[in-house]
Write a protein that binds this ligand. Structure first.
Ligand code: ATP
Length: 453
């Protein structure tokens, strides 16, 4: 069973060092969070799993890591300056602000007043000034999605790699949105990370590729430990589609606060490449394409048979890293009552996501031989490249097990007197079954590698 409430997860995250409110000692900064020692490992592991699946295990995707600061023209021609807005209403009584489309009734959720302003569009992009002079010309945006940097680098990647359609460009990185009401812990924040793939295809094959990507992304989330029954597909109704989308399927996950979007998979057609390209008319693009005379790059490919140029269509699976972290934490969280009546909290994370793979614990802190052996084992396991191996000097093995159950460490290795005085074996304790096995130190590397696979 997943966590019963968001509060349980928030408390665990703070207590064990996964996630902290940002700038907390100065009262915090709303909608901004920091990842602690275990949070950074979990987040990196999730991103690495995505990168492996998207880039390494495929033969048709290249990677990119573009800048966050973005030329305003990029976000002008992408349509974000004009349309990347949410409807904002003010409560005239208590001065609080709300997203009109999130209100279930025409009433202020804070004070109950019905004296609300009419909704007005509020642009979510953060602006900043680049360089020492803060005039209009120095304005830049913090990117609101990673996607645009992929589109404006399309030709560079194409030229550098000689890719032919279909192929994709993958990117993981920060995005910023000045959300009107950030809430639900790391679900809706103002600074977050996205894992986005832009997969370029021949027009006409786009619907089939869209379907394929939906299936592939659902399977990936299952492999991260999300139960099939906790994930639902939502075909976004036509009147709610983003300005660039012909069709979008949202992967909706049962978060502790309700069923909400974890990832969106959109058919962005030729909207973005078309918008950024100067030759739209010559290329016969549709009239909705924003007129762009300031970028002189043709973001198109040539049909090898007919020699005519066309703008590829693009399918975009776009997932939130932070929402992903929240989902896998929620799925992994469970409380168990043991035979002796005591309770334990366990994070049953998949081994590849676990922040710590193995905790190596010396039975006695002040025993030189045991300490030296435990340190040597830690180093040897670390060298396997499986992820973080922790040398855990608790001195209290029972407490160490509980602590590691709670943070999702799949295996604990205890070095005791028998190890150094007798047969060179250690105790390996399994997080989920709590079974303990005696394993020869010489077999430990292969035993651990097998268990974590
Ligand atoms: P929502 O409707 O929940 O605001 P969205 O449809 O605007 O989300 P997209 O623009 O499709 O989101 O962004 C792709 C992904 O980025 C989302 O599925 C989500 O996982 C993540 N994301 C978007 N906005 C936020 C945010 N404010 N905080 C955390 N993650 C976000």
């Amino acid at each position: 069973m997943p966590a019963q409430s968001m509060d349980e997860l928030v408390a665990l995250c703070k207590r064990r060092g996964f996630i902290f409110q940002s700038s907390e000692i100065y009262g915090g900064l709303q909608g901004v969070y920091d990842y602690g020692p275990l949070g950074v490992e979990l987040k990196n592991n999730l991103k690495a799993a995505w990168w492996r699946a998207m880039v390494y295990e495929r033969d048709d995707v290249e990677g990119l890591d573009a800048a966050i600061l973005t030329n305003t023209k990029v976000l002008h021609y992408s349509g974000h300056e004009a349309t990347f807005t949410d409807p904002l209403v003010d409560c005239r009584s208590c001065k609080s602000r709300w997203r009109a489309d999130h209100l279930t009734e025409p009433k202020c959720p804070s004070c109950g007043s019905t004296d609300l302003t009419d909704p007005r569009p509020f642009n979510l992009m953060f602006k900043t000034a680049v360089g020492p002079v803060d005039d209009g010309a120095s304005k830049a945006y913090l990117r609101p999605e990673t996607a645009q940097a992929i589109f404006v680098n399309f030709k560079h990647v194409l030229d550098a790699t000689s890719r032919k359609l279909p192929f994709g460009i993958a990117q993981i990185g920060k995005a910023f949105r000045n959300e009107i009401t950030p809430r639900n812990f790391i679900f809706r924040v103002r600074e977050f990370e996205q894992m986005e793939l832009e997969f370029f295809v021949q027009p006409g094959t786009d619907e089939e590729w869209h379907q394929r990507w939906v299936e592939s992304r659902v399977a990936w989330w299952h492999a991260q430990g999300i139960r099939p029954e906790a994930l639902e597909l939502l075909h976004v109704p036509a009147d709610e589609l983003a300005h660039y989308s012909k069709a979008t399927v949202d992967l909706m996950y049962r978060f502790p606060h309700g069923l909400e979007e974890l990832e969106g998979i959109a058919n962005r057609t030729d909207f973005d490449l078309g918008s950024h390209s100067r030759q739209q008319q010559e290329l016969g693009l549709s009239a909705e394409v924003i007129d762009n005379r300031e970028s002189n790059t043709r973001l198109a490919v040539q049909d090898l048979d007919t020699k005519s140029w066309f703008v590829p269509y693009v399918i975009e699976p776009s997932a939130g890293v932070d929402r992903g972290v929240l989902a896998v934490l929620n799925e992994a969280y469970r409380k168990e009552t043991l035979d002796n009546g005591s309770e334990r909290t366990v994070l049953g994370l998949k081994p590849h996501l676990a922040p710590i793979k193995v905790a190596v614990m010396p039975l006695k802190r002040n025993h030189e031989g045991i300490m030296a052996k435990a340190k040597a084992i830690k180093q040897a396991l670390q060298a396997l490249g499986l992820g973080r191996i922790l040398f855990e000097e608790t001195g209290n093995i029972g407490k160490g097990y509980r602590r590691h159950d709670e943070v999702g460490t799949p295996l604990c290795v205890t070095v005791d007197f028998q190890t150094i005085e007798d047969d060179d074996t250690v105790t390996v304790r399994d997080r989920d079954s709590m079974a303990q096995e005696r394993v020869a130190v010489t077999d430990l590397a292969s035993y651990v590698s097998e268990k974590l696979r």
